[in-house]
Ligand binder design. Structure first.
Ligand code: 1PR
Length: 564
């Protein structure tokens, strides 16, 4: 019986990896002590979080030497993300901490002058090495990449700010290269039985599951790393920098979740945040389906990401009863694209007086299967405190603590702004835009006021202040709603979105107002957002996700096609 071990140092969501493997009919044992590493037949190492924390955790648990020995022994090893980065000599993310040093080279930060950082989304793999023809014995041998389950016509999910730049010095190790903006980096390494990916197969849908299948089904053989392939057995390809990358526009399905008056947890949808059905006598919360069922449907239909928002999170619920924990646990069993959860990510106190920090609440969600958490109200309070502190970091906000522990890419800020018209920019101290859509009294200017508690309370802070503060505090992405457009089907608020996009360099998800496929291409073309989100049109089956993607494709924007 092959013993396949999972190496987890407790830094984030490894549940998806475990779920992916169990969907394929395999079980993983967990490494508990260094000896487990040495006796394993295969090791799966899904690194999460920051480079330094990963290395420190390996050191603390006494795993470093055993891990090096295992990889060098040439038994099947699969590392993911930071699980690949630690094989290199070091990382600019944690300059003081050396890596395992098995592969020469250093992990470096992407530049954000031509693109958003983190690199968050789906991208292609360009094959950098092949078996040479002289080594082929079978009539149709699989390429090296195919042996690992890679399909170069597919795209895979990446989420990282640091990567190893591709250079011929690492040619021997580099299986695939990926281009993001004008940078090329190593997206997978392979030598003998060692195979690691910078992307996340467990979040790459059916295409990603194929990589696990290849790893799990591989016979247990040893191919020590020192024994290089014979000269001429491998050919290396030149990968010229292309004028454009194949980074796709993400299409995100959003599920607003709450209990209806009977206490059932339902997916609901508001009109400008009002989720009660005014046309029925009881005026109950609109019920558009069950959270996990609907999310599964969107996964099958090709959603690149799924976001769950607990929209009544301001109520006091005991930590262990948080309704979204169970939703995440179930959804992550069958859905293999990134899952975000929002609503109630803040310090909470249980009715019995026990307190949990926002970091602990987030940790509970990550362990339940979330890849990212989204912070709404608490981000507004943090930004207010940041500006009161003269635009300096505070060190104690939820954004900072969660980004430090789980990485910036795990922290999304959900913004709920509404338009406030002014006749003249001097009427307010806030960041003002000139608008093409004048206000009720002909006002030609407006600013966007941030709200908390699901739009119930307006605050004296504008969106510009909010997003710049949150970016500095360490957030990795902005989910930009708009209360005026929510549920209207009238298209995204392009003025708001373009203004936010110009202000920051982290990715932006455009949200609120999508009604037709043209709205999606319009917002990408006119604002350059990395992702588009919709809720109502998907829930009501007015526009299928596949139609949105076909339209984006025809409009010249790369998208992820579903594996047939
Ligand atoms: O403040 O950190 O507890 O988070 C609460 C979260 O719940 C926030 O992300 C907030 O946006 C969300 N929320 C609270 N109340 C509502 C509501 O609708 N009454 N939903 C709400 C926000 C907006 C989007 C929606 C898009 C697209 N819903 O999530 O999905 O507008 O809709 P459309 O395509 O149908 O136009 P915290």
């Amino acid at each position: 019986m092959t013993e396949i071990y999972l190496l987890d140092y407790g830094a984030g969501n490894v549940r998806s990896v475990v779920n992916a493997v169990s969907q394929l009919g395999y079980t993983l044992k967990e490494v508990q002590k260094p000896e487990d590493i040495l006796k394993a037949d295969k090791i799966l190492f899904p690194g999460v979080g920051a480079f330094g924390q990963a290395m420190e955790a390996l050191e603390r648990k006494g795993y470093t030497e055993a891990l090096k020995a295992f990889v060098k022994s040439g038994k099947p090893f699969m590392g993911i993300c930071v699980g690949m980065q630690v094989l290199f000599e070091g990382s600019d993310e944690s300059p003081e901490t050396p890596g395992l040093g098995i592969i020469k080279g250093r992990v470096q930060r992407f530049t954000n002058t031509d693109k958003s950082v983190p690199h968050m989304g789906w991208n292609r793999l360009l094959i950098a090495k092949e078996q040479s023809l002289i080594q082929h014995t079978a009539p149709h041998p699989k390429s090296l990449a195919q042996q690992q389950g890679i399909d170069h016509t597919q795209v895979y999910y990446f989420v990282h700010s640091y990567a190893v730049p591709y250079s011929p010095a690492q040619q021997q190790w580099t299986l695939t290269v990926t281009q993001y903006g004008n940078e090329q980096f190593i997206s997978s390494v392979q030598l003998g039985n060692m195979f690691c990916t910078q992307f996340h197969p467990e979040k790459s849908g059916p295409a990603g599951l194929a990589l696990f299948r290849a790893f799990l089904e591989r016979p247990v053989t040893t191919l020590p790393l020192g024994e290089h392939p014979p000269v001429g057995s491998v050919v290396y390809r030149d990968i010229p920098l292309s004028p454009r990358d194949y980074f796709t526009t993400r299409v995100v399905a959003c599920l607003d979740v709450r209990a209806n008056d009977r206490g059932d947890l339902v997916v609901t949808k508001g009109d400008q945040y009002d989720v009660r059905d005014r046309e029925t006598a009881d005026g109950d919360v609109r019920n558009l389906g069950k959270p996990v069922e609907l999310a599964e449907r969107y996964y099958r239909e090709g959603a690149d990401e799924i976001t769950f928002l607990n929209i009544t999170s301001f109520r006091n619920i005991p930590m262990q009863d948080l309704p979204m924990l169970k939703v995440l646990q179930e959804a992550s069993r069958t859905i293999f694209v990134p899952l975000t959860v929002g609503g109630g990510i803040r310090n909470i106190t249980d009715p019995d007086g026990r307190s949990y920090s926002a970091l602990e609440v987030a940790g509970e969600y990550f362990r339940s299967g979330a890849d990212k958490i989204s912070i709404g109200s608490d981000a507004v309070y943090a930004a207010e405190a940041y500006w009161q502190n003269q635009g300096r970091k505070l060190g104690n906000t939820a954004i900072e603590s969660i980004a430090k522990a789980y990485g910036a890419q795990a922290v999304v800020i959900s913004v709920d702004p509404r338009r406030v018209y002014v006749a003249d920019p001097s009427d307010t101290l806030h960041h003002v835009l000139e608008t093409k859509f004048p206000g009720p009294n002909g006002e030609r200017y407006c600013w966007y006021q941030c709200t908390v508690k699901g739009g119930r309370e307006g605050r004296d802070i504008d969106v510009h202040q909010l997003v710049t503060a949150c970016e500095d505090l360490g957030a990795g992405e902005i989910l930009l709603n708009c209360m005026d457009r929510d549920g209207t089907n009238s298209g995204y608020d392009l003025e708001l979105i373009a203004d936010v996009k110009r202000a920051i360099t982290i990715p932006v998800i455009a949200s609120s107002g999508a009604g037709r496929v043209e709205h999606f291409s319009e917002v990408v073309r006119k604002t350059g957002v990395e992702a588009t989100l919709a809720a109502g049109i998907f829930h009501r089956k007015e526009v299928p996700i596949s139609q949105v993607k076909d339209h984006l494709d025809q409009s010249g924007f790369p998208i992820r096609h579903m594996v047939p």
